[in-house]
Design a protein around this ligand. Structure first.
Ligand code: COA
Length: 222
């Protein structure tokens, strides 16, 4: 993943490096989402996605996450458990990017439950939010975002995640786009239950105002 895997047209999909931080931040903005400064900083400092990379090499996510929780440092954990991917052409130009992160909203909801925070940590290891996927305007229509999403999905399922979800500004009309990538796109008032599976308590997750929610469960788990 560090060196990159083949995408369309000689493009390679690889892990974003510290020098990609600015361009990833710009791409995320074109997707209508502001990248929290914490993520840009983590990417620039080489701390973004590090645990995911280790996990792809066989290390578990649970031990570093439990240590971070014990020391009250879930922000560091959130950065290390994010997935920053870029699409790079033959000349080394970054044409597109994707950022997937543990969901702060879900973790916060689960943390409100009484008792120890084990379920909240589990939510960070089972659910992830596609924060943004974006391709430079002059490189669109060449299958680059499709390749980014495909790698992202492949990585999360390989790491035993159960749910990928996200939101887009409804005015972007990206319903057909996400549906063709295997996601379910909800009507504005609809929600999914992210609680019962992990905690036994119903927890509704859906779109914010002006946004459309999309999600994809792994395999047969619905
Ligand atoms: C949406 C976006 C990421 C697509 O990137 P891309 O690399 O051009 O996408 P691909 O070439 O992989 O296209 C995949 C398919 O989706 C279709 N598609 C692309 N944009 C679409 C849109 N806005 N609505 C519906 N379908 C769309 C393409 O026509 C293509 O279909 P095809 O396979 O039949 O040709 C790109 O247009 C973009 O960066 N937009 C601005 C940022 C944004 O809105 N991001 C999504 C919000 S998180």
């Amino acid at each position: 993943m560090v060196e990159g895997l083949a995408g369309p047209d000689g493009v390679r999909i690889r892990y974003a490096q510290p020098q990609d931080a600015d361009i990833v931040a710009d791409l995320v903005k074109t997707a209508g989402d502001d990248m929290e400064s914490g993520h840009v900083e983590a990417l620039a400092q080489g701390r973004c996605g590090t645990w995911m990379l280790d996990a792809l090499s066989g290390a578990g996510l649970a031990p570093p996450l439990a240590r971070a929780a014990a020391s009250g440092d879930l922000l560091t954990a959130a950065a290390a458990m994010s997935l920053p991917l870029v699409a790079q052409d033959r000349n080394g130009q970054v044409l597109g990017g994707l950022l997937c992160v543990p969901s702060g909203a879900v973790t916060a909801m689960v943390m409100k439950l009484p008792g120890p925070n084990g379920h909240a940590l589990m939510s960070m290891m089972k659910y992830a939010k596609i924060k943004a996927v974006a391709v430079r305007e002059d490189a669109r229509g060449r299958g680059i975002s499709t390749a980014l999403l495909k790698r992202c999905i492949q990585i999360y399922w390989q790491l035993d995640y159960m749910l990928l979800f996200g939101e887009f500004e409804t005015c972007r009309m990206l319903g057909p786009y996400y549906r063709r990538h295997g996601f379910t796109v909800l009507d504005p008032q609809d929600t999914i239950d992210v609680g019962t599976l992990l905690t036994g308590v119903l927890m509704r997750l859906g779109a914010g105002p002006g946004e459309t929610f999309f999600h994809r469960w792994r395999g047969p788990i619905r």
